[in-house]
Design a protein around this ligand. Structure first.
Ligand SMILES: C[S@@+](CC[C@H](N)C(=O)[O-])C[C@H]1O[C@@H](n2cnc3c(N)ncnc32)[C@H](O)[C@@H]1O
Length: 229
């Protein structure tokens, strides 16, 4: 496994707004999965009432995260790429431009976010679909599944476990799961990825005002592994 680190900086406990944020979404996850999805959809449609609420397309920190992610991602001939929790597609458009031969799908729970993602010109194989990540897709459908800045919305551990199982299931044998989240919280968020996946790359950027990690897991290669890229 490759472990890369930026120069060390002191990392303290999570700031109060992030702690309140996590508590809010833990509360929402007390609902059954269908009810949670309805609340999340309404919440994120409201959050996207004006364009790019997190300034994902312009903020220097976000651009740094995207550049780092593309830099450390193993370069493979990906045919099918999924970006879960893609918001308005800032990173989805970047990865689609990087791999124009790949069929790239962005998925988000907010239709409003996706309408903005679709409105931007992109390569012909790029598309966007509204879904709850816990319920999306077919097993083994993707060579690469990306999930960034989204898992902390799942709330309690049982939902995180469900979401983790879903993400793992979507990756084809030998394929990759690429995760980007605040660090060190990321280590907790990836607790349930478990046995079927091997961590093959872990890059921590501690030098940002909000440290983050880029982690790549690989699923077990299938019996016909030699035939796959
Ligand atoms: C902070 S944005 C992350 C955007 C993007 N991944 C990035 O890093 O640039 C989180 C997105 O996750 C979406 N989201 C939250 N819960 C979701 C769920 N259960 N299923 C699908 N999308 C979800 C929200 O609608 C929001 O657009």
């Amino acid at each position: 496994m490759i472990v890369l680190r930026q120069p060390r900086r002191e990392t303290g406990p999570q700031p109060i707004p992030e702690l309140l944020h996590r508590a809010l979404f833990k509360g929402v996850s007390l609902l059954p999965p269908g009810g949670q999805a309805v609340v999340l959809r309404r919440y994120f449609d409201w959050w996207h009432r004006s364009p790019d609420p997190w300034r994902l397309q312009t903020d220097a920190y976000e651009q740094r995260k995207y550049a780092t992610t593309l830099q450390v991602l193993p370069d493979r001939p990906y045919r099918r790429i999924l970006d879960v929790g893609c918001a308005e597609g800032a990173f989805t458009h970047l990865i689609a431009a990087e791999y124009p031969e790949a069929q790239v799908t962005g998925v988000d729970i907010s239709e409003r976010a996706l309408n903005r993602a679709r409105a931007r010109p992109g390569p012909p194989l790029l598309s966007f679909t509204r879904a709850d990540l816990i319920a999306y897709g077919q097993p083994g459908e993707f060579d690469l599944v990306v999930c960034a800045e989204t898992l902390y919305y799942l709330g309690r551990d049982d939902r995180l476990r469900l979401a983790s199982a879903r993400l793992v299931e979507l990756v084809r044998p030998g394929g990759l799961l690429l995760l980007v989240h605040p660090w060190p919280e990321a280590d907790r968020l990836y607790t349930y990825l478990g046995d079927p996946m091997t961590r093959v790359l872990h890059h921590v950027d501690e030098d940002a005002h909000r440290p983050f990690s880029v982690t790549v897991f690989q699923s077990q290669p299938g019996p016909d592994a030699a035939a796959q890229p």
